[in-house]
Write a protein that binds this ligand. Structure first.
Ligand code: ADP
Ligand code: MN
Ligand code: MN
Ligand code: MN
Length: 338
């Protein structure tokens, strides 16, 4: 009988930004479908999800993939946190996205998320000199060469792991600041996009352990003339992707503008340090959308404008935003109507 190492992942209750936690359970037998994976529990008093006197929380498996690090039949499982009574815990932001995903199914929403992040070592971005700063930004973006990039070994290992796990991983690039990178997931239906992003984040953090590299999702890891770190969220519905969809994209942009503050509230803690109006961002106090405009809140990619259909890019979410909440509020605003 096979013994499967099952890594259970969940989001903790730390405020304002939940972090990933995980632990391993050995499963005896075969896992062929989600229902084969047992519900498990953990000590919620250690994750800011319960008080010490009544500390049990439940881990309900909701999506699993092959574990590319352990290989074999081992698996990684994204879980929802439930109270002992079996209802979603207050920290369980996936529950809301689950409801909205069901409610908006007929509109066929897809998300594609660009995850920027910064590799860190010794309190500094990877590759930065011990004292002072590297050359100003300008030639690091998509650069090649030892003086241009740092951390590519981890980028490659992560990409390989994501593909082995079967994630819909669609690309990587070196970013504007030295030590800063991006990967992209999607396009996928809402729950799937967010689950896959959380699993991809976990894989990045986990592989970073082996290389002594910390991963920061801070929206502005270095103050000054250095780019912040975003989580651009690309979105479309069936109607946006169909011929003439540009009118639907335009209407969605206007709806998004009506609820700017509500969106910003869930687009990541510390995002005000990043959305300054500089470094390819729009000020957090403004809302603008436009074709090809990387200084806008929402950008309509040039191909969508040219083809008359496609998708929009919400450039506001920060790297540390919770994709469950980001996708949920976009669905709420665009597909449900606020
Ligand atoms: P950028 O030019 O903004 O850097 P990227 O190539 O990094 O763009 O990322 C594009 C993102 O858009 C990817 O995450 C991809 O999955 C997503 N995407 C592509 N087509 C669609 C679509 N029709 N609906 C939603 N997202 C999409
Ligand atoms: Mn990108
Ligand atoms: Mn980018
Ligand atoms: Mn982008």
């Amino acid at each position: 009988m096979s013994r499967i190492k099952a890594e259970y992942l969940w989001l903790d209750g730390v405020k304002p930004t939940s972090k990933l936690r995980s632990k391993t359970k050995i499963l005896e037998g075969v896992v062929g479908r989600l229902e084969d994976i047992p519900v498990w529990g953990f000590d919620g008093s250690s994750t800011e999800q319960a008080a010490g006197h009544s500390s049990d929380c439940l881990l309900k498996p909701v999506h699993y993939v092959p574990d590319p690090i352990r290989g074999g039949e081992h698996i990684i499982i994204m879980c929802e946190v439930l109270s002992p009574e079996g209802i979603p815990h207050v920290s369980n932001t996936r529950a809301r996205l689950r409801e909205l995903t069901e409610k908006t199914l007929v509109q066929e929403p897809w998300f594609g998320i660009e995850q920027e992040y910064t590799m860190m070592q010794g309190g500094k971005p990877l590759g930065w000199p011990k004292d002072g700063y590297p050359r100003p930004q300008g030639d690091y973006y998509c650069g090649v060469g030892a003086e241009m990039v740092s951390g590519r070994a981890l980028v490659e290992a992560h990409m390989e792991a994501c593909l082995k796990a079967g994630l819909k991983f669609c690309g990587v690039n070196a970013e504007v600041m030295l030590g800063q990178w991006e990967f992209q997931i999607g396009p996928l239906p809402p729950l799937r996009a967010a689950d896959e992003l959380w699993i991809a984040r976990w894989l990045m953090l986990r592989l970073g352990e082996d290389m002594g590299i910390e991963i920061s999702l801070a929206p502005k890891p270095v103050m000054g003339d250095w780019n912040g770190t975003g989580g651009h969220t690309n979105f479309s519905t069936g109607a946006m992707r169909d011929p003439g969809g540009i009118a639907v994209i335009d209407a969605a942009c206007r709806a998004l503008g009506e609820r700017h503050e509500k969106h910003i509230a869930v687009y990541g803690d510390g995002n005000e340090k990043r959305l300054t109006g500089k470094h390819e961002t729009c000020s957090i106090r403004e809302f603008r959308y436009g074709v090809s405009d990387r200084g806008a809140s929402i950008r309509i990619p040039i191909f969508s404008a040219k083809n008359g259909c496609g998708y929009l890019e919400d450039r506001r979410p920060a790297a540390n935003a919770d994709p469950y909440q980001v996708c949920a509020i976009i669905l709420e605003t665009v597909c449900v109507g606020g």
